[in-house]
Design a protein around this ligand. Structure first.
Ligand SMILES: [Zn+2]
Length: 158
């Protein structure tokens, strides 16, 4: 979970919530694989290149390794704008579905966690559990104040 910076495009702009690494440790201790599923319409809008997104993702991997975590298993990126009407942009479940097929992921024990309703919806649309953290709008999805709260919940309700 990184702070939402509206078109994060430079590694200097990466800023984690204080409990993020601890939460990721808990997930990995429980045996979960971690993936990133991200809408990057800034690419389609020409604000930055896909290569800039890859640079950010490489930095995320380095940050995880520095925190003694396994790196993310994979990244799924939608570089399109809403106007392009692609099939991958969240809330579509397509990016998640492709990861599910590629890595033979168990649906029942998988969670799409995000701070926007479209994140939880994309999980739901792919047949996995949608979870919301750190957002304020009411929805039908389970909600946790922080990623660590969710990790602790999973640990006590395996
Ligand atoms: Zn797309």
């Amino acid at each position: 979970m990184i702070l939402d910076k509206n078109y994060l495009s430079h590694v200097d702009d990466i800023e984690y919530f204080p409990d993020t690494m601890k939460a990721l440790h808990l997930f990995q201790e429980m045996g979960y694989e971690l993936f990133v599923v991200t809408n990057q319409s800034g690419v389609g809008r020409g604000y930055f290149s896909l290569e800039a997104v890859y640079v950010i993702h490489r930095q995320l991997q380095n940050d995880l390794r520095e925190n003694k975590l396994h790196p993310f298993k994979d990244f799924a990126i939608c570089p399109h704008t809403p106007d392009e009407k692609c099939h991958c942009r969240k809330p579509s479940g397509q990016m998640i579905q492709e990861l599910i097929e590629k890595y033979h992921i168990n649906l029942k024990h998988s969670y799409m966690v995000g701070d926007k309703i479209i994140d939880a919806e994309s999980g739901h649309n792919a047949g996995i559990n949608g979870i919301l953290v750190r957002q304020v709008h009411k929805s039908d999805f389970p909600y946790y104040k922080t990623l660590l709260d969710f990790a602790n919940h999973l640990k006590s309700n395996p």
